[in-house]
Design a protein around this ligand. Sequence first.
Ligand SMILES: [Fe+2]
Length: 248
Amino acid sequence: MRYAIISDIHSNLEALEVVLREIDRIGADRIVSLGDVVGYNANPNECVRLLRDRDISSLMGNHDAAACGLEEPTDFNPIARDALLWTRQTLEPEHRDRLKGLPEQMILTDGLRLAHGSLLYRDHYLSSHDDIMENIRLMRAADPEIRVLFFGHTHIQVAIACHEEDLTVISSTAPARFSLRPDNLYLINPGSVGQPRDRDPRCAFLLYDEETATVEFIRLPYDIRTCSEKILSSGLPGRLADRLHTGC
Ligand SMILES: [Fe+2]
């Protein structure tokens, strides 16, 4: 099986369409999303509909939970909160209900787990050494053991390997292709489709080939101008348009 793993689409239709076109060109048996389908950008309905039409499974991200009304956006910064309130008003009932039904975590296949933030909780920024090691302990304690955790939320494309107690960043740039070793555990973030934050404004995703245990990080340019013009014309905060151009 060949999986395409996408995350943090954030209502960015221009980026999502480019990513799906490239996945179709390359060929993947299954596409899965790690959550935050909506929030920040201007096309929440179109993005939810496109995932539905393409039969793409998604986890629930913290923005999805707040946008569909399962949670109040009390822990969000003012710009994210403004965008969430706009998204709530804009979401059609059918799409709001669809977000409400998204799962917290998913098992992709034996030993491969998907989470939005981390194994601990949905809006957990998994970046510090201690938090990574805590997740590694949970991966080892799971039955069966989790070999790879694919996670999103930070909007940063990165792969970390753990051998015994040592952590190594394998790659944080694309293009990059690397094979997973059977004696390591991995935490891998595909980056963000709709709002990258690693100073590379191109949309990000990854491919995982189960047969060869190989991961490939991919970045693609998309029509940032159109996406940012929609943000401005819809009344969303202007900062959300600016950050798309810088990728931070
Ligand atoms: Fe996000």
